[in-house]
Design a protein around this ligand. Structure first.
Ligand code: ZN
Length: 180
């Protein structure tokens, strides 16, 4: 079978997400999403993306009717913390995750850990600060990536130096899972 891949750049429009100096979560996520789309195309795959004007609520509204329960909803975020020490990658899945969601999330996480990011694990949404995440509500295979910390210098340097590799490897992962 073939699953649709839908990629959202976390924040958009008037919602910048986390900001640290000139680093803006919304813009980082849009850049990575666009790199991912290019790399998926190179693999003969494709992804559905919205325009960049949407905050989460509008994105979820836009999504309605565009996916089935087996399709992949992939949301890209950057983490932020009060402490500049906090670093690493984590991947969020629903509290009652499917095996597919668990495996996809592990593969996404491994992509970053292999490059040198700290492994913060695959986490159920209930363990996040908000407890329940809008992205986990649509009936699909829902995964939310927190790439790394916008508030950590080492994370940002590691990301910038490796973003093309990250996009290539993530595209391979998404393409692989879209065919399972
Ligand atoms: Zn975010």
């Amino acid at each position: 079978m073939s699953r649709k891949i839908i990629i959202s750049a976390g924040h958009g429009g008037k919602d910048p997400g986390a900001v640290n100096g000139n680093l803006i979560e919304r813009d980082l996520a849009i850049e990575l999403r666009d790199l991912l789309v290019i790399e998926l195309k190179a693999l003969g795959s494709s992804a559905l993306i919205d325009d960049n004007k949407n905050a989460l609520k509008e994105t979820l509204a836009w999504l309605r009717g565009k996916f089935g329960s087996k399709d992949i909803l992939f949301d890209i975020h950057w983490n932020a913390a009060g402490s500049p020490e906090a670093k690493g990658t984590e991947v969020i899945i629903p509290d009652t995750a499917s095996d597919f969601e668990k495996r996809l999330a592990q593969s996404v996480l491994k992509t970053f850990v292999d490059i040198g990011f700290k492994d913060r694990g695959v986490k159920p949404e209930g363990s996040t600060a908000r407890k329940r995440l809008g992205w986990m509500r649509p009936n699909a295979e829902n995964v939310l990536l927190e790439v790394c910390f916008i508030t950590n210098h080492t994370d940002i340097k590691l990301y910038e130096a490796n973003k093309l590799t990250i996009a290539k490897r993530l595209a391979v992962v998404l393409n692989h899972y879209s065919k399972l």
